[in-house]
Design a protein around this ligand. Sequence first.
Ligand SMILES: [Zn+2]
Length: 201
Amino acid sequence: MKVLTRSRRVRSALKSVLGRMTDVDRRALESVVVRVFCETAWSVYGLAGSINESAGELRPLYPDLNFNDLECRGQIRFRLHLCRMYSDGALRGVVAHEFAHAVRASRRRKGTLADWFKAVMADRRYWHEERQADALAASWGFAREIRSMRNEHRKVIGPFVLAHEPEIRRRMVRRWEWDERRAAEIFSVSSSGDGTSVSLP
Ligand SMILES: [Zn+2]
């Protein structure tokens, strides 16, 4: 499992959770998660474009664009701007919760890891999986941290996003515009003419 973040708080939370897991569970985690990385930009999800309030997420990772289910592995993304709002204890809860998803994925009885992701991302299974991941993390000794994570999500993250939503959305739009300008520069998209001529560098 490659840790691709320099964030000291995230690295220290990862270390402390790994230190309290059993060898068997650590190996199970490593069999699923290829890399752990951080993101700093706000994002939205779903058709309604709700602002993503998850500080951590276990997501599928494919080696290439063939999306072969047999080659599917996992990766954990942490959102630094949300991690920063959690106390150290709650952040350990976030890490333990994501690790618990991965261990549960490795214990699946049938199908590929890709099948597991598809089933869990379906609405009906999602909340069940959330509860089970919390329970497994609690069994590793993180019950207090999981409670802090849930409490702080309700009392800190939710209200923050609600109070700052227009500003967060403006910031996302500025970022998309910047990305677009950057892409136009890189690919020298001609705005004159029919707008379809693109010259690759
Ligand atoms: Zn979860």
